[in-house]
Structures are given as C-alpha cells and as structure tokens.
Ligand binder design. Structure first.
Ligand SMILES: Nc1ncnc2c1ncn2[C@@H]1O[C@H](COP(=O)(O)OP(=O)(O)OP(=O)(O)O)[C@@H](O)[C@H]1O
Ligand SMILES: [Mg+2]
Length: 509
C-alpha cells in the first residue's frame, strides 16, 4: 500500500500522519477513517469535485481513506491535498517515480476548481519537518513564504492539483520557494514618550518593565494618562531576536493570523482584549484548540485596561501563565500547552468614580464600595505584578511645561543596552530577561551587598512581602542595576524596586 505523508498539530508540535487510500471494486462510496473532524469529512466533497474538475478520473467504486495513527485527532481542511494525491496514486492516475514522495509532506485545502487555498499552522509543521526526516514540503502557494522561514527543508509552492501532478510525474517542475529572509523591525511608534507630559515616575517604571520583562499595574484617576502610557509602551520595547520571532510566528500561524505577504511576526505583539473577554478568548481552547490572548501576547505585551472590570474568574486564569510562562489547556484527549511569556500591563482607577486617594478631588463612592472595588482583583494575582505604579493627575505646571521630554527612541536605547547585558548573562540558561529567572538563577545572579541585604530583611517584615514578592523585588532590582550597567545590586537599586511593591501592603504599615 502506498503512503502519502502529512502532519497533525498537537499544541505547537507537529506529528507525522500517514494517508493511505484504497480503491476496491465494491459499490461506489467514499469514506475517511482515523478520527477525522467535521472539516475533514467535508473534505470528501471538495476532493471529489477538485479531482474531477482538474481533469482526472475519480474512482467510480469504493474509496477508503485512512489517516494514521488513529489516536490523534485530525483537524481542519489541510488534509485535502494529501488525500487527493493518495487517491490518484491508488487509482493509478498518478505514478510518481521511485523516491519522489517518500520524504515529502503534503498540506493544503482544495477549492472545487483544483486550486489550493492557504491553511493555518504551516510554520510549526515546516519547522518540525526536517527533524522528522522530511526533505520536501508541498504547501499552498500562499503559505510558501511562511513555510520557507524554516531551515532544512525544500518548500514547493503548489498552485493547483494539476501543477502538483505534473511536478510529481517529472513533467513540469515546480520551482522551490527561496528561503524567506528575516529582518527585525523597529516598533511602530503611535504615541511617543516625548508627547506625554509629566508622569516621570510612571515613565521610569515602564522603562524598567521593558528592560527586564516585568509586569506593571498603572493606577490613577480618570484622564491621567494610563491608557496613553500603555499605548506608548511598545515604542520602548527592544527588537525581537530571530528565535523569539519564530516562536511568536508559530503561534500566529496556528491561530491563522499570519500575514500572507509578511508571514513573520517581527514586532513584539501588543494585545489589548476588552474587559468583556471570555476565559477561552484569554487563555485559549475550544474544540479545535486555538491559542488565546495570553499566547498571542507571547514575547510581547498583554494590556488589560480597566483591570477590575474583567470577570474575576477570567482573571484568575492568568495566574498559571504568569508564573510558568506557558498555558495548559485540557481537552478530551489529554492536555495541550502553548507558550505564554508575556508582560502583563494592567490599568485601573482606584475606585468606581476614580477619585479615591486624590487630595484635590472628592471621592463620591461609599467606602464599602471602594474596598469592594479594590478586592475585585485577587491578592495572588496582584502579588504577581512586579511594578505597582501610581499615575496621578499631573500638576498644572507640568501640563503647560514647554521643556520637551525624552523621546521613546532615547528610552529604547537604554532598554536595548540593559537587555544586551541580560542576554550575555542568561544566554546559556536559554532565557532572555531577568523576569524569567528561576530561583536557582536568582541566587546565582542577584548577589546583594550587606547594606542591601539589611534593607531587604527590614522590608520583608515591614511590607509583609511574600517569598514570591521578595524574589520579584530582587529581579526588578537586577534590572535597575542593569539599566545603569552595575555589576552588583546595591541598596539604592533595591530601594527603588521596593517603591513599586503593592500599595496595599504599603498601606497596611
Ligand atoms: N500626561 C499626559 N500628557 C499628555 N496628554 C495627556 C496626558 N494625560 C492624559 N492626556 C490626554 O488625555 C487623554 C486621556 O488620557 P488616558 O485615556 O490615557 O487617561 P486614563 O488615565 O486612561 O483615564 P481612564 O481612567 O478614564 O481610562 C489622552 O488621550 C491624552 O490626550
Ligand atoms: Mg484609560
């Protein structure tokens, strides 16, 4: 029996799938077995029509197609192409020369006229192809640029079933896709730091966050510039490395969100889901599991504006990815993991009217309501936020100040330098930023001097820091030290990091 190979995605990984077709002399029928989903069952109609309209004979007897192994759920329309090829071979219409398809992978959705439509999830398959022992990858022409980002495999852009058959029979070769070049892009600056007046403390906090990959909570009254600051944040983020770009592009590929002409995601993602977002939208999942916002924000920013307005249950789901950098999705056949290393940027008002704590305004909310509002976001979640930043109403003088403030590009330069220092230190550990350090690395890289240790001891008691809180303070201190290229963490670095601990803990003292 002749096998045509394709691939299935399990999370971000690709596993090989064998497609075999049998044409027997029984009554006309066409069945597909091997755990296909609805889209694959519909594939019967597409394949039948596409084969006929391409000018080939479709068997007038019984056709059985088996997708193996049977215990992996096959999803989506990408099996159209391997199924069509397997049937043409089984029927004797297509006779590929020996060795032509042994190490080839086929993926693609067929239109009725026999042309190919792009499918989602090409990049993870292309990246896995070489390590699975495949040399040739046949994909829809529209997916070819994305596939050609992967090293070690020849990508053939397939325009139609007819073109593929002619190629496989050595009648007319399809030109392989040239390898796609990768260039890091500078972030598009929508709002420049230079246009944000005052808010020096908040800007400094964002610089630290960008440099070390830390989570931030911005709190302040309405109109003080929280949303503005958050929107300006991508402009100071460092450029992505090639590895980061591939990781992110894989996720976007699975979500079907890659751009045909510029398939690679070369700018850090900035995702800003609305507060009505569901748990599945945020975390991922569904019957055909898609990455959620936390994964789409991988290596970038997840911005949750109006933080307390999100459903508490939905927010609680963030706890695991914030800690582990991955998200686990349970489903009928075991669990799946998607990467989710994002910076959380949250913004909130101190109370429903927004004026609590402002010396110049009167808060109209009953005290109980202010307390309730503050409790909407759980303590464990707030504990995972390294930088708690006050964004007060700016003083009138600042509003009318003529002195220009620093541009995003200037801040970004310092961020890049601090990142380069971290990369030098962490490259052998396979991580990029201080925020990702494990407890072991923390011990290794966050040495503090005597004065700093005394300060830390005192603060643990005074601020009632959890152990997690303490490790997060140390990581932020490391970043602050890196921003001034200091080899060791001093009491001054630590003191600045401690300023950004949770307000509630401070209020309790
Ligand atoms: N520091 C600032 N410098 C320049 N413009 C500002 C500043 N703060 C606020 N603004 C102006 O005010 C507008 C509203 O600010 P923004 O939406 O960021 O407020 P906010 O803090 O998010 O308020 P809310 O709590 O109501 O969401 C901005 O679009 C901007 O035009
Ligand atoms: Mg806002």
């Amino acid at each position: 029996m002749f096998h045509i190979r394709s691939a299935a995605l399990v999370g971000l990984d690709a596993v090989p799938v064998e497609v075999e077709a049998d044409v027997s002399r029984s009554l006309p029928n066409f069945i597909i077995v091997g755990l296909p989903d609805a889209a694959i069952r519909e594939s019967r109609e597409r394949v039948r029509v596409a084969v006929k309209r391409s000018g080939f004979a479709f068997p007038s007897t019984k056709v059985t197609v088996n997708l193996a192994p049977a215990d992996i759920k096959k999803e989506g329309p990408a099996y159209d192409l391997p199924i069509a090829v397997a049937i043409l071979v089984a029927h004797g219409t297509l006779v590929p020369p020996a060795g032509k398809v042994d190490r080839a992978l086929f993926l693609g959705e067929l239109a009725f006229d026999g042309t190919l439509k792009p499918v989602a999830g090409i990049l993870p398959v292309a990246i896995a192809a070489a390590s699975l022992g495949f040399t040739d990858l046949y994909v829809p022409a529209a997916n070819a640029a994305e596939a050609a980002l992967a090293p070690g495999v020849t990508v053939f852009p397939v325009a139609s079933l007819t073109a593929l058959v002619r190629h496989l029979q050595n009648e007319e070769a399809i030109e392989p896709q040239p390898a796609s070049a990768w260039t890091p892009l500078s972030p598009r600056i929508e709002t420049d730091f230079a246009h944000i007046k005052g808010q020096t403390a908040a800007k400094r906090a964002l610089e630290i966050a960008a440099a070390g990959g830390h989570n931030v909570l911005l709190s302040g009254p309405p109109g003080s510039g929280k949303t503005l600051l958050a929107r300006a944040f991508p402009g100071i983020l460092p450029a992505m490395t090639f590895e980061e770009s591939l990781e992110v592009t894989k996720i976007y590929s699975i979500a079907g969100l890659t751009d045909r002409d510029r398939p690679v995601v070369a700018v850090r993602p900035f995702r800003a889901p609305h507060h009505s977002a569901s748990g599945v939208a945020l975390i991922g999942g569904g019957s055909w599991p898609r990455p959620g916002e936390v994964s789409l924000a991988h290596r970038g920013v997840l911005f949750l504006d109006e933080f307390p307005e999100f459903q508490r249950q939905v927010l609680e789901n963030l706890r695991q990815p914030l800690e582990d950098g991955t998200v686990t999705i349970s489903r009928a056949h075991g669990t799946l993991r998607f990467p989710a290393k994002f910076m959380l940027m949250a913004a909130q008002n101190p109370c429903p009217c927004g004026n609590a704590g402002d010396p110049d305004s009167i808060c109209a909310c009953p005290p109980a309501q202010v307390v309730r509002y503050g409790r909407r976001v759980s303590g464990p979640l707030l504990d995972r936020i390294d930088l708690h930043v006050e964004v007060p109403k700016i003083p009138t003088n600042d509003i009318f100040a003529a002195a220009p403030t620093e541009s995003s590009a200037a801040v970004r330069e310092r961020v890049e330098q601090a990142r380069a220092i971290q990369r030098g230190r962490l490259v052998s550990e396979d991580i990029f930023t201080n925020a990702e350090m494990t407890p072991m690395l923390l011990k290794k890289f966050c040495r503090i001097d005597g004065a700093a240790e005394a300060l830390l001891r005192a603060s643990v008691d005074r601020l009632r820091l959890s152990v997690r809180g303490m490790t997060r303070v140390l990581k932020v201190s490391r970043t602050i030290a890196d921003l001034s290229a200091a080899p060791d963490i001093t009491a001054a670095h630590l003191a600045e990091a401690l300023q950004f601990r949770e307000r509630r803990a401070l209020a309790a003292t």
